[in-house]
Design a protein around this ligand. Structure first.
Ligand code: NAD
Length: 260
């Protein structure tokens, strides 16, 4: 049996699947990853520095550049691709415990997942939050203000600094969100890690944690990851092809019918 067929069988037989997704699942939707061969940071290592909380809060120039950049960010025009849609089939079959995503693009929800099933460990770029009073509102409202001429729109309520509701470097993660992700890892019987170098923590810890709890581990990525030693199946290739293949519904005659 091929690795893909084996993984498909395990997915088919699992009852409580957790999927951990990274930036790689969204590259076929036109959103570049950070550390892949064409990643934003691979091509421009200094870009990593502008993603730190301290720089954002201290330097108005960094904020102005960030708001300008957001106006053209591919995330707001992106649509879910075949990889995102394949995961929806797990939900339809009642097998999905949770999607834990490192992504901030909201594409799992756009694909049709109930937002309560998507644990966004690094926050979301679709909302904005005031660093001062915590007021949270849709990113679209802030972008409208930027289009209207505000270069660094302050909070309407308290005048504080507004940022995307994502977790920047130097910013604390939200404990309840990480606990929910680790709870899912402790209670799944199969984890699929898709499109991540599995080098960002604590998200990457979900893999050894699920393994320690007795779950099977399927890793799907274009290149090796830091957690490959925990994999029961390691599938190297395109997520838009491999996820539909392993989430395919088995037909009576044993052939698989990919989800489109
Ligand atoms: P990463 O950039 O470290 O790794 C992405 C991996 O996906 C790479 O190994 C790459 O080779 C692989 N990949 C890319 N396209 C693929 C494809 N079509 N098929 C198969 N594999 C593919 O991503 P990460 O581990 O998620 O860490 C990056 C951090 O940056 C995340 O924590 C996230 O918060 C943030 N980020 C998010 C987005 C997004 O929301 N879409 C995009 C870029 C970065």
């Amino acid at each position: 049996m091929s690795d893909v067929a084996q993984a498909q069988r395990w997915v088919h037989d699992a009852r409580r699947i957790v999927v951990l997704t990274g930036a790689g699942i969204s590259t076929d939707s036109g959103i570049p990853d950070f550390r892949g061969p064409n990643g934003v940071w691979t091509r421009n290592p200094t870009a990593e520095k502008s993603s730190t909380l301290q720089h954002y809060l201290a330097d108005p120039e960094v904020r102005r550049a960030a708001w300008k950049h957001r106006l053209r960010a591919p995330v707001f025009a992106a649509k879910p691709n075949a990889g995102h849609r394949a995961l929806l089939e797990l939900d339809r079959r009642g097998q999905l415990l949770a999607i834990v995503t490192q992504n901030i693009d909201g594409l799992h929800q756009l694909a049709g997942h109930d937002p309560r099933d998507v644990i966004e460990v690094h926050g979301t770029s679709r909302w904005a939050r005031c660093w001062g009073c915590g007021d949270r509102r849709p990113m679209g409202e802030l972008l409208d203000r930027v289009r209207a001429g505000e270069v660094d729109p302050p909070c309407d309520l308290c005048g504080g600094i507004v940022k995307s509701d994502t977790i920047l470097f130097g910013q604390d993660l939200v404990p309840a969100v990480i606990e929910a992700a680790m709870f899912a890892a402790d209670h799944c019987d199969l984890v699929i890690a898709a499109g991540s170098t599995l080098s960002v923590f604590p998200a990457a810890n979900l893999v050894p944690r699920a393994k320690a709890a007795g779950a099977r581990v399927v890793i799907v990525n274009a290149e090796p990851t830091r957690m490959d030693r925990f994999a029961d199946a390691l599938l190297l290739g395109s997520l838009s092809e491999l996820l539909p293949a392993i989430c395919a519904t088995s037909t009576k005659d044993g052939e698989s019918r990919p989800i489109r």
